[in-house]
Design a protein. Structure first.
Lengths: 91, 375
């Protein structure tokens, strides 16, 4: 739960500008981008996600490195991804 | 025999390790605390201690949010969940944290509804979908997760939901570090600062450690090389007689933190006069509660919460592990009575806990752990 997971922004939801759809290793989910207020967030940007909120923007290289690290830690990461896959905050 | 994986940059790691060794003064020992459970995880997973010269020792700090939740707060959550109208929610890591009469799964077997959610926003959604229920979110975590709870509270208020509340257990990292600095048990030479907490609070709050306590702090990323690089930076500071706050993880952590996150925390939460930490006891101004302006979303105001204090089990030495005084395997029940499947203490529950990290990735196989700890 303390793990920050990198995701690529694929869409800003037009009816909910505080939400963005991200792709985290193929899992596509909505997350909240309200904590990045004042920064521009657009498709193609990478963000570090904590419990459904983007906490900071990162560059793509950092995102890849972070992903590699997460994949290496095994179960904790799998649990986090399973939890993310079950999340539907936009409903 | 090694059970840890060699990682991609093992060569670079060895090069850094030899630079670290080159800075060791003869006869001097160096003790650095990694505050964050994520760092502990990396250190054990990659066996980083094996790379370091013997003179350099890493001790694990209190930065695992699940590990510091005292038994009484688990009991209080279960107490709230026993009300028939309540759906309690929390992160998956909380489900197996033992209370005095069992954990959340045990409680559910006796009829409560405690569900795991990925995000506090999932909890808010449950409230919307179940207008005849009271949905409570048991919030835990340091400043990394507090902004998410804060944003969720603001959203609940904006929507005018009257069936959503937060059982707030957010803790703040600085008072815990201060408590450790003030404790006579431990002599530290510097700190590997937490990465993700610092994305929110920035690097400034650590300045008192460098200033008043004269100990260097390096905020670090989570990869093996980040951690070794940070240890190297700490060693250089000591070598040059400096104590400053440095940011090894500037590619993610801005010096000023995240101003929006700090603003929303401050808007919706206020410091408690004191809070009990598992194993560390009461620490003043070390936790957050829901601000009075948002009292209708505060589970502690909405429901009657007994607020019991439960002493940790006698066998449990999590307090010593959280303060870095004991290594996980030095606890008498480590790997025998206390395992990730049957945790006695919280440090064995969360993957970020030092005991679980060591158990899962330590240099011993499970069988060997048992031989060593029994024999
Ligand atoms: S082995 Fe178990 S009881 Fe002992 S310190 Fe670790 S978590 Fe606590």
């Amino acid at each position: 739960m303390c793990l920050g997971i990198p995701g690529e922004v694929i869409e800003i939801l037009t009816d909910r500008p505080d939400l963005a759809k991200v792709d985290v290793s193929g899992v596509k989910r909505a997350i909240n981008i309200g904590l990045l207020e004042g920064e521009s967030v657009a498709p193609g940007d990478w963000v570090l996600i904590h419990v459904g909120f983007a906490l900071s923007k990162i560059d793509e290289g950092e995102a890849r490195a972070a992903m590699e690290f997460l994949e290496s830690i095994g179960k904790a990461y799998e649990d986090e991804m399973a939890a993310l896959a079950a999340s539907r905050i936009e409903e | 025999m090694r059970f840890v994986d060699e990682f991609r940059d093992a060569d670079k790691a060895r090069a850094l390790a030899s630079k670290i060794a080159g800075l060791c003064e003869p006869g001097r020992r160096y003790k650095f605390m990694e505050v964050c459970g994520g760092h502990t995880h990396t250190i054990y997973k990659h066996g980083l201690e094996d790379y370091l010269p013997e003179q350099v020792q890493l001790v694990h700090g209190p930065g695992c949010p699940v590990c510091v939740i005292p038994m009484g707060r688990v009991d209080d959550a279960i107490h709230i969940a026993r009300r028939p109208e309540v759906i309690m929610t929390s992160f998956g890591d909380m489900m197996r944290v033992p209370g005095s009469g069992g954990n959340f799964f045990d409680s559910n077997a006796e009829g409560t509804t405690i569900r795991m959610v990925y995000s506090p926003l999932d909890s808010l959604k449950l409230a919307r979908q179940n207008p005849d229920k009271q949905v409570v979110f048991m919030a835990i975590g340091f400043e990394t997760t507090a902004p998410s709870t804060a944003m969720t509270l603001l959203r609940a208020a904006a929507e005018g939901l009257d069936n959503f509340s937060v059982f707030c257990n957010h803790v703040t990292i600085i008072p815990a570090i201060k408590a450790i600095l003030d404790s006579p048990d431990l002599r530290l030479d510097g700190f590997i600062g937490p990465g993700h907490v610092s994305t929110v609070i920035g690097c400034r709050p650590y300045e008192f450690i460098a200033g008043s306590y004269g100990k260097p702090v390096v905020v670090a990323g989570f990869e093996p090389l980040d951690i070794l690089q940070s240890i190297y930076m700490l060693m250089v500071q000591l070598h040059e007689g400096r104590s400053e706050v440095e940011n090894q993880y500037s590619r993610v952590v801005p010096w000023q933190g995240n101003p929006v996150a700090l603003k929303v925390i401050n808007q919706t939460m206020q410091l408690r006069p004191y809070f009990e930490w598992r194993g560390l006891g009461f620490i003043s101004h070390s936790a957050l509660r829901v601000r009075d302006d948002y009292a209708s979303f505060d589970a502690e105001a909405r429901f009657e919460v007994p607020g019991v204090r439960v002493a940790d089990p006698k066998a449990c030495q999590c307090g010593e592990v959280l303060k870095g005084v004991l290594k996980p395997w030095e606890c008498k029940v480590f790997g025998t009575a206390c395992t990730p499947e049957t945790p006695i203490g919280t440090c064995m529950v969360s993957p970020e806990g030092a005991c679980a990290a060591y158990y899962n990735f330590g240099r011993f196989s499970r069988k060997r752990v048992q031989e060593v700890t029994i024999g």
